[in-house]
Design a binder for this molecule. Structure first.
Ligand SMILES: NC(=O)c1ccc[n+]([C@@H]2O[C@H](COP(=O)([O-])OP(=O)(O)OC[C@H]3O[C@@H](n4cnc5c(N)ncnc54)[C@H](O)[C@@H]3O)[C@@H](O)[C@H]2O)c1
Length: 427
């Protein structure tokens, strides 16, 4: 035991597990992080982070004395009685949550005696209740179950974990909730204590709401294009209303990533499976799917038939400051362009390949990607792309056309630099 700080065991060395582990270690806890993927644990033990996340490698290194990475579940179980489940909950082909890994945690945990299991993975409402029932059936009444959803955002995960907007704790027994709340003592954030079902719903509803804002502003952008308004001005003017706020009102080519698409789908299907047709969320998903394709239409309007045209996709990761490609809009865009017969070249500062980018030429540099291109499409708003409208880029392109899928650039400056420019919802 390390002073007042109880040791912790973490299932899953992914974004959530590693950030949770490293942050609690930084707060003085001894932490064992266990994963089932040998390469992941070998990398971590060799001082290599299995993915890119700003500040995380340094945090792990600074706190290495309090962090252990292992494949061995018994090492995880030794010396602690608080376990965090931070395993992946991917969608099944039907769009529901695949809880295989969550259940594998329950199996791997075995009988830990008197303990607390804290769920950080995003799960459909009702999962906690099912887990509770299973624990009871197995005679594990001594294992308290607490829902503590995680709200971190990749690219700023450490910051988000250390300075959350709120901490949500859903528990059946007050004592178990208190135990988890105590881990966050000293955090400057309100602690929301609820039932397990409400905690599970807060996470799904929060992500669905943010996705709704994105689809909403994307539709406003599309209508603005049709009627001659400028969505940037519209979003700014809307966002200054304190009831609305400016965040998540950036028009673009749609959301992606490991969370929004699946969490919105989980909520839609959770409602559907309970007999309720969640129309708004269904529309949010459809708008997002179509938004990714609008760039192809814009390219066709400018270039005509795309067969044989060379298109440079700039940015592949689903957002900047990460190398995460889960549900990245770039994958849909690349596939659509290839289906139209275009020759797709791509560049990203971190992503150098992906199994779903078959046939896409990944360029070693931005300049290589745009060479002889008929159009350059900004897919991810990397800071490196802010200077895209340079003489060097213009002279190396076949057609100096920039389609700005993230409204990253100043249209006037780009046009003044001799490019054709097309943004999203910018009159
Ligand atoms: N990534 C995010 O930004 C984010 C933010 C908030 C919430 N979440 C949620 O948190 C959960 C984890 O997401 P992630 O992005 O960290 O996933 P991830 O895929 O990066 O990591 C999950 C890890 O769990 C491991 N694992 C699976 N079964 C295991 C077991 N029995 N024991 C130990 N390890 C096991 C996997 O091998 C993998 O390395 C998901 O439910 C996700 O929706 C993610």
């Amino acid at each position: 035991m390390n002073g007042e700080k109880p040791p912790l065991g973490i299932f899953g060395a992914g974004w959530v597990g590693l950030v949770t582990g490293a942050c609690f270690a930084a707060l003085g806890h001894d932490v064992v992080v266990r994963d089932v993927v040998t390469k992941r644990i070998d990398d971590l033990n060799a001082g290599r982070l299995p993915f890119h996340e700003p500040g995380l490698a340094e945090l792990i290194e600074r706190n290495q004395d309090r962090l252990t990475f292992t494949l061995d579940v018994s090492e995880l179980k030794t010396g602690t009685d608080i376990f965090f489940a931070c395993v992946d909950t991917p969608p099944t082909p039907s769009g529901d949550a695949d809880l295989t890994y969550v259940w594998s945690v329950i199996d791997d945990l075995g009988d830990p005696g008197h303990a607390t299991l804290v769920m950080k993975s995003t799960v459909p409402v009702g999962t906690g209740e099912k887990i509770r029932a299973t624990l009871d059936q197995r005679g594990l009444e001594g294992v308290a179950y607490v829902s503590n959803p995680e709200f971190l955002s990749e690219g700023r995960a450490v910051e988000d974990f250390m300075a959350p907007d709120r901490i949500v704790i859903g528990a059946l027994e007050e004592g178990a909730g208190d135990r988890v709340a105590a881990l966050y003592e000293g955090f400057d954030a309100p602690v929301v204590r609820t039932s397990i079902a409400s905690a599970e719903m807060i996470k799904l509803a929060a992500n669905a709401f943010l996705a709704t804002r994105i689809s909403f502003i994307n539709e406003i952008a599309n209508v603005s294009e049709a009627v001659g308004a400028n969505v940037d001005d519209v979003a700014y003017g809307m966002g200054l209303d304190k009831r609305i706020g400016t965040k998540y009102l950036n028009p673009g080519i749609g959301y992606g990533g490991s969370c929004f698409p699946k969490d919105v789908s989980f909520l839609k299907l959770l409602a559907g499976n309970s007999g309720y047709h969640f129309q708004l969320v269904s529309a949010v998903i459809e708008v997002n799917d179509l938004q990714k394709r609008r760039v192809v239409t814009k390219l066709q309007q400018r270039l005509g038939d795309l067969r044989g045209k060379r298109i440079a996709l700039l940015g592949l990761a689903f957002k900047p400051n990460t190398d995460d490609m889960r549900e990245a809009p770039s994958l849909v865009l690349a596939a659509r362009l290839q289906a139209e017969g275009a020759e797709v070249h791509a560049w990203d500062p971190l992503v150098t390949g992906h199994p779903d980018l078959d046939g896409v030429a990944i360029a070693p540099s931005l300049l290589d990607a745009v060479r002889d291109a008929d159009a350059a499409v900004i897919v991810t708003e990397w800071a490196e792309l802010r200077d895209l409208a340079s003489t060097e880029v213009r002279e190396s392109m076949r057609t100096p056309l920039i389609v700005d899928g993230r409204n990253l650039l100043d249209p006037e400056a780009v046009r003044a630099a001799g490019f054709q420019y097309e943004g999203i919802g910018r009159a």
